[in-house]
Design a protein around this ligand. Sequence first.
Ligand code: HEC
Ligand code: HEC
Ligand code: HEC
Ligand code: HEC
Ligand code: HEC
Ligand code: HEC
Ligand code: HEC
Ligand code: HEC
Length: 497
Amino acid sequence: MQHARAPHLIVSRFLCATLALMWASGTWASEHFFDYQGSAFCAECHIEQYSGWQGTAHGNMVMTCEESLARALPLPEGYSCDDISYVVGGTGWKARYLDQDGFFITSTRDRDGNETPGSNQWNIGTQRWSDYHAGEQGKPYDCGACHTSGWKPDLDADTDGDLSDNQDGRPGIHGTFELGGVQCEACHGPGYTMLVYESAAFCGECHSREPLNKIQASNGYVRHQQQYNELLASPHERFSCVTCHDPHASGEASIVRQCADCHSSQAATYQGTKMQLAGVDCVDCHMPDAGKSGEVISEYQADVSTHIFRIRTDLNDQRMFTPDGEFVRNDASGVAKVSLDFACKACHAGQSTAWLSANAQQFHDTSFKITGAMSGTWWAGASRDGEGWLIDAAANVFVAAMYTYDGDGNQAWLMGTGTASGDMVGTTVEITDGPAFGSAYNPADVNRTAWGSANFLFVSCTEGTVELQPNEEMLARGFEAMTVNIERATASAVSCP
Ligand code: HEC
Ligand code: HEC
Ligand code: HEC
Ligand code: HEC
Ligand code: HEC
Ligand code: HEC
Ligand code: HEC
Ligand code: HEC
């Protein structure tokens, strides 16, 4: 995948100068300038990058058994460091173990050395063992291209009968490496090469699965190690990974650009909301743990943050994966979106998807939205005392009963019903008459007469405007069109969002 490597111009110039110097001073032949040196060598001149990188998972991908014990990782039941050559991973998500021949350990052992398949992968998120290729014999380590520096694969390991191209002569390791882990030289080239590759495709050589235009899924979660595939299906497709990440730092410290640096208007509308005050961050909704590396933590939370960013808000379009479950469902232009299950339910497991969808749409819209907090008694102030509105803003219907008088001064109830959309709701209004009061009441006697319309516009949970428009018949009966400002007459028992 050489296309991913577009070297930095300044570096090329630096390289030429170094080469010229070395050639002129006659050191060329005596020193191995392009041999792997190890990261400690680079630290002599690049201490800042070195000290940051030391804390990253990149540096620790392949470690000895003793190193893993120093980091408090457990060993599979019944195994000791005498049985284990290398521990793979164990920083971010999970650890797997290689035996002295370099093959994966696929079982546990009892006191007599009898093997029970499984419980051979340690998961960091859940602090539990699970099964990796349980009981399979002779599963080789052929993963070095992404986990080591200077990996040379031994592609005919099974047939060449030669152990010189297997790491430390261990038949189970199908290749050799210069250094364990993703060291400086895995990204900058060996020794004095010192090239810089800034493209997302470069990081994508390890952080992806083929083909790049699809995102693989399994058992209802995104498969791990696909940050590049996801980025390509995201709104940040043109970004490099280092737009947001410092490659020499780990975790939160690696984030050099916060979401709010670029999306200031969304950040401003989010500021001060209940969720923001409760500590819910942009990434909790936009980069939830939809990807699985170790073990699933809860139904809606695995353990790898997604780089899809966009959220699927439409209630009738919540399917995140293809019907066979093999891939994330991209649209025709390759765009992927995270479902509300992942975006919200890690925290709102008990909420219905309909409720979440209603609240997710136009999430960062600054204008006011009608919610259940509008329900209660409203009036148009002291100048219209004796008249009022009883409003019920339920989840999917808005009902407003206006208590007023007809043209002749008789008591009248105008009943409006509609569906709220944002800060507005248009209602269709009826009046009723017919049945007699009390024991003689007969619902069949109710006459429903169309009255016209009432449109409500709210600017807050306590203030709004209603525009009343009677139809011809009602105009003839003495009703008139009017617009009045209304306000709450009683304090709400529900807090306003
Ligand atoms: C003897 C000192 C020395 C050692 C050892 C050294 N470097 Fe450098 N490196 C430099 C100097 C000087 C520059 C040029 C500085 C500049 O361009 O700002 C440089 C430049 C670089 C750059 C490019 C910086 C840029 O801005 O484009 C990279 C990447 C780099 N070195 C990586 C490494 C790696 C990896 C190692 C270890 C294998 C290493 N260096 C070892 C002195 C050293
Ligand atoms: C995962 C790949 C990766 C690893 C590992 C890595 N670097 Fe870098 N390095 C980069 C990239 C990419 C850049 C360019 C960063 C940018 O443009 O923001 C960079 C930039 C640099 C620079 C230029 C100055 C700077 O910080 O931007 C130096 C010097 C450097 N790296 C040295 C090192 C040394 C020394 C190590 C090991 C201790 C190391 N790098 C490990 C990817 C890596
Ligand atoms: C040679 C393969 C390789 C390359 C190239 C590579 N990575 Fe990684 N990266 C890995 C592996 C393997 C892990 C998992 C390491 C672990 O958890 O033990 C990892 C883990 C990470 C992590 C999470 C762990 C942490 O410490 O925060 C980040 C972030 C990351 N890589 C970013 C990058 C970026 C950005 C680039 C490009 C500049 C890059 N990687 C290039 C192989 C690579
Ligand atoms: C194409 C590159 C690539 C290959 C091949 C690859 N991995 Fe990884 N692996 C990664 C990256 C990148 C990560 C971290 C990012 C992620 O998982 O999303 C990772 C993470 C891991 C982790 C978790 C590390 C930690 O610190 O928790 C383990 C364990 C692991 N891989 C084992 C393997 C094994 C075993 C194989 C071979 C059977 C393998 N990988 C092949 C790129 C690769
Ligand atoms: C370096 C600037 C930058 C950073 C940092 C950044 N974004 Fe973006 N984001 C953009 C740009 C540019 C677009 C593309 C806008 C477009 O295509 O209309 C975008 C698009 C988006 C979109 C889709 C917009 C739409 O209209 O559909 C979402 C969602 C998003 N970003 C969320 C985030 C989140 C969450 C973070 C933090 C993890 C983040 N962004 C970090 C610049 C940035
Ligand atoms: C509680 C979940 C949640 C949080 C927290 C959140 N967002 Fe969003 N965001 C959404 C939803 C849902 C959408 C989709 C809205 C739509 O499609 O109508 C969205 C849309 C966006 C968009 C696309 C453009 C737009 O306005 O619709 C951007 C950009 C964005 N968010 C950035 C951010 C940033 C930056 C933060 C942190 C300051 C943040 N979001 C916090 C849920 C959230
Ligand atoms: C728009 C900004 C942005 C871009 C671009 C971006 N990342 Fe990230 N990445 C983040 C943020 C923010 C986090 C931390 C998420 C969190 O806290 O849950 C993160 C986390 C990660 C992690 C750790 C995942 C985990 O579950 O801990 C890896 C690995 C990673 N990024 C790799 C990459 C790679 C590789 C690329 C390029 C293909 C890339 N990122 C591009 C913002 C970005
Ligand atoms: C990381 C956890 C977390 C995630 C993810 C999350 N929420 Fe919340 N949400 C909360 C908490 C905590 C509250 C309660 C805040 C309070 O009442 O103090 C809350 C409250 C709310 C409220 C009521 C707000 C109010 O002002 O009364 C709505 C609406 C809401 N969430 C919608 C969503 C939607 C939609 C999503 C997904 C797009 C989402 N949330 C994702 C934690 C989360």
